[in-house]
Every structure is written in structure tokens, then in C-alpha cells.
Design a protein around this ligand. Structure first.
Ligand code: ATP
Ligand code: MG
Length: 403
């Protein structure tokens, strides 16, 4: 019998016992499911915890309220209530089965049958349930054997499961990148390739969300290669080619050498051709937030010549500078050392100080201030005393020019 390691940190989070009690675990009404069970069995860290329950959503809500647990009906229409515990949210979903599907959304019905709930999940390794009290695993589709063999397998026929929900194409490659480093299931792969065009029917937000999750996997290179070879991204991101995958591979090497964790948007920047206009276009197409779009553009902007790492960080921000230095394969990584523990400072002088030095108020003040700033950046951000001296010189220069 396989059991979940009892010592797993997430099983002992504050509030978890109370939550399980409210869901009547002693009576077998709730089980852990999904990523927490899968990663728990592998001894990997777990962030999000999912619980499956036979209790219907409104009853879950009432029980949590009665137990004084903060509950948010995040997806009550499809059966999900989120319990907010101190260490993170726990999603509680009533056992469901799909009644009808159209590739984008499903009409569902609640059930009390665990196997039916398992059958509507995507991959065998994602359909493992653990009894919260004993840790005992329920495995209806051979998920444990697949997890041991690092084999990613759809539950049922791959084409049929992709037709029900096209997002599973991208999920296939994401989970392949994370868990499937052995024998590729060519039927599943062929099914993904054949259905690639159906990704067009999905909302761009869902595509972007999955793609970014895929990119941030430790080593997504093999999965990305398979995607490019199979034309999976062609319908949504035709600009991605093998050269992009090679750039992602180089970036991952540099992230590791620099001891930095991978960032999804930085990796997306590597995947795209070096063109900020196109990056903005992709950002808009994927409906990324303005902040994310800006990060992509900054990462891919051509660098002005001869800019020090700190000058770059001052101009585009620390995050943008780190992205750029990691993406520029010809740059030595030692440039990053200059940014370590450094925060871009604020120019320690304002227009008022220039006026106090005798510069008449007016448009010259802004221009002179810019000149001071340029010199301050070029001199690698000296202290206020030196900035005072720079200001004296610049003000004199402006005064001479006016005479
Ligand atoms: P992660 O570590 O990325 O959170 P996860 O397995 O928990 O991995 P989620 O996207 O959080 O993945 O989904 C939770 C569970 O819900 C999955 O394990 C799977 O059983 C089921 N699931 C999610 N999305 C789908 C889908 N599109 N089709 C079928 N089942 C799905
Ligand atoms: Mg999850």
C-alpha cells in the first residue's frame, strides 16, 4: 500500500486539522488530491493544496463558516470553495463529473463516486487521492506506477480528452517538462500535434497562464523542442522557433550559473525573437498585464552602447537590468555582481538646489538637472557632496551660456 509521507510540511500547516475536521474526514468525506498528492509522493515541496470532497459546495461553505475558517466561493459554480489558511489557500472541490464539454468549458454534475471524479481529471499522476488521516492513496488509473516510471499518461484516449478541453495540450507539455523524462507516449504527442489548431479557440489568458507555468519549470527545453517540432505554438505564437528554444536553454544555464531562480517572463523573452515591437505585440496577444508587457519590452530593447550595469539598472530598474544581463549571452555574468545588494539610488539633489545656486527659474532648470543626473550616473552615483560640486559646475556652465 502506498501512503503519503506523514511528515510532509503542508499536512501540518496551521488550520489544516480544523479544516479537515470541518469536512468530516473521519467519515471519509474528503481527500487530498492533485499536485499536493503527486508532489508529496515525490518528496517535492508543495504550495497549493487541493481537497476533493463528497460534500456539496454550499454545505462546504456553511461548515467552514461554522468552524470560523475564512471561506471564499472562488468557483462555486463548478464546485470550488477556497479556504484561506495562514500559510496559503486550500481549494476544496466537490466531486464532479463532466456532463458535456465543448473544448473550452464543461457542464458538470456533482457525484459521490470517487472514481468518476478521477476519470474527469487529465493525467493519471494528477488523479491520485490521499486519505488525510492515514495517508492511504487511492489510485484508479495506475498513476503511482506512472509516477514511478516518470510516464505522463492521459486518463483514457488522448484525442478524446483533448477534444473535451483543448488546454490539456499545453498541460501535457507542462507536466511532461516536470515529470516525464522517460519514454514519450507517441499517441498522446500525436494527438496534441493533430489538435494544435484548437488552441485558437481558448482564451488568450488561459494560454498565457499555462505557457508561463511551462516556461518556469526547471528544465522545459525538451518539452519546448517537442512543441516547436510539432507546431504546437504555431497557431498562437508563430514567431517561436528552434532558435528561441536554444536561447531559452542558454538563459537557463546562465540563471543557474548566477544562482538565480528562473523567471517565466524572462524565459518568454528568450523564446521570442530579439524585437521589442514584436514582444509588445505578443504581450498584447497573450493579454499580459501592463507590467508584464513592459518587462518583456525592457528585456528585448536594444542596449545603448557602453552602459555600465548600474547605469542600466538605474534606467530600467533592477529587475529589467538582471533580465537583460542574463539574456545577453556575450556579457560576462560578473556584471551581475555589481548589482548584488545594490538599489538604484535617487538623485540627491533637486531643481530648487540649482536655483539656490543662481540658476534662474525656467526651462533651464530641468535641462541642468538632467545634465547633473547624466554626470552623476557616468561617475557611478557619487554621494551628495560630489553631486553638489557637479551642480556648481553645471550651473556655471548654464550661466555662461546665457551671457
Ligand atoms: P500544480 O503543481 O501546477 O498546481 P496541479 O496538478 O495541482 O499542479 P492544477 O492546475 O492546480 O494542477 O489542477 C489541480 C488538479 O485539477 C490537477 O491535478 C488535475 O487533477 C485537475 N485538473 C486541472 N486542470 C484540469 C484540466 N484542464 N483537465 C482535467 N483535469 C484538470
Ligand atoms: Mg495545484
Amino acid at each position: 500500500m502506498t501512503v503519503l509521507p506523514p511528515e510532509a510540511e503542508w499536512r501540518h500547516r496551521p488550520g489544516m486539522d480544523g479544516l479537515l475536521k470541518a469536512l468530516d474526514v473521519t467519515d471519509g468525506k474528503a481527500r487530498f488530491v492533485g499536485g499536493a498528492v503527486r508532489d508529496g509522493l515525490l518528496g517535492l515541496p508543495v504550495n497549493d493544496v487541493d481537497i476533493a470532497t463528497t460534500i456539496v459546495p454550499h454545505d462546504v461553505l456553511d461548515r467552514l463558516n461554522a468552524a470560523g475558517i475564512k471561506a471564499v466561493p472562488t468557483g462555486i459554480d463548478h464546485g470550488t470553495i477556497t479556504a484561506v489558511l495562514a500559510d496559503g489557500p486550500v481549494e476544496i472541490t466537490t466531486l464532479r463529473q463532466d456532463v458535456s464539454t465543448d473544448g473550452r468549458r464543461a457542464t458538470i454534475a456533482y457525484t459521490e463516486n470517487w472514481r468518476d471524479d478521477a476519470a474527469r481529471r487529465d493525467f493519471t499522476i494528477n488523479a491520485l487521492y490521499a486519505d488525510p488521516l492515514t495517508g492511504e492513496i487511492s489510485d484508479y488509473f495506475g498513476g503511482i506506477a506512472d509516477l514511478d516510471a516518470r510516464r505522463l499518461r492521459f486518463i483514457g484516449d488522448a484525442s478524446a480528452r483533448i477534444a473535451e478541453d483543448h488546454l490539456r495540450i499545453l498541460r501535457y507539455f507542462r507536466f511532461l517538462a516536470r515529470y516525464g523524462d522517460n519514454e514519450l507516449d507517441s499517441c498522446a504527442y500525436d494527438a496534441c500535434v493533430a489538435a494544435a489548431n484548437s488552441l485558437m479557440a481558448l482564451s488568450r489568458e488561459r494560454i498565457a497562464d499555462e505557457l508561463l507555468k511551462l516556461l518556469v519549470v526547471a528544465v522545459p527545453v525538451h518539452a519546448l523542442t517537442l512543441m516547436v517540432e510539432g507546431g504546437i505554438l504555431q497557431p498562437v505564437l508563430p514567431e517561436v522557433d528552434m532558435a528561441g528554444v536554444v536561447r531559452v536553454e542558454a538563459l537557463i544555464r546562465r540563471e543557474a550559473q548566477a544562482g538565480l531562480t528562473g523567471a517565466a517572463l524572462r524565459r518568454l523573452a528568450a523564446l521570442l525573437p530579439h524585437d521589442p515591437t514584436l514582444a509588445d505585440n505578443v504581450g498584447a496577444r497573450l493579454k499580459l498585464s501592463n507590467k508584464a508587457r513592459k518587462r518583456l519590452i525592457v528585456a528585448l530593447e536594444p542596449a545603448p552602447e557602453a552602459e555600465t550595469p548600474r547605469a542600466l539598472a538605474y534606467r530600467v530598474g533592477l529587475e529589467g537590468a538582471i533580465d537583460r544581463l542574463l539574456l545577453a549571452q556575450d556579457q560576462s555574468l560578473s556584471a551581475l555582481d555589481l548589482l548584488e545588494g545594490w538599489t538604484p539610488p535617487v538623485l540627491p539633489i533637486g531643481g530648487g538646489a540649482l536655483i539656490a545656486r543662481g540658476l534662474p527659474a525656467g526651462p533651464d532648470v530641468a535641462k541642468a538637472l538632467q545634465a547633473v543626473q547624466r554626470r552623476w550616473v557616468a561617475e557611478d552615483f557619487p554621494d551628495a557632496e560630489r553631486v553638489g560640486a557637479i551642480a556648481d559646475q553645471i550651473v556655471s556652465k548654464f550661466q555662461r551660456a546665457r551671457q
